[in-house]
Design a protein around this ligand. Sequence first.
Ligand SMILES: [Zn+2]
Length: 171
Amino acid sequence: MQTNENILTKNIWSLLQEVTDPEVPVLTIIDLGIVRDVKINKAGAENEIEVVITPTYSGCPAMDVIRMNIRMVLLEHGFKNVQITTILSPAWTTDWMSDAGKEKLKAYGIAPPNPKQQVCNTQLFAEDEAVQCPHCNSYNTRRISEFGSTACKSLFQCNDCHEPFDYFKCY
Ligand SMILES: [Zn+2]
């Protein structure tokens, strides 16, 4: 039998699916893998909902918006007592992004991050990193700029279909 607390926790997790990344609106914060935990803390008469998140990278301006949106979604569903805790360690990596999230990114025209162990185990951005074009699936692509539409992305262009596209950099 499930306790009320378990049901409540599940309910919160599903509400968090409504919170999207302001920079990539097709991705929810669950897809991104930044929600680490949901806790129900007994605090007097009313329970406190604690949402534990790890930022995609420190200083990402989207995180303030995400924190605010978490509060708004929970408030809309009657949860007023919300605590958002940020933990920085272990650091978020693009490997925490769900497969569903990667699929959504690609459908949105952004190349999803390559697996971390494959490419980003050095500080230097691998010059020869093979990034797949989200439009025609060709690996014959080149990086045009280290920074795309936001700091988390690089701008690439496909040598086959000539379409430019953002690549969600791996961390
Ligand atoms: Zn292409």
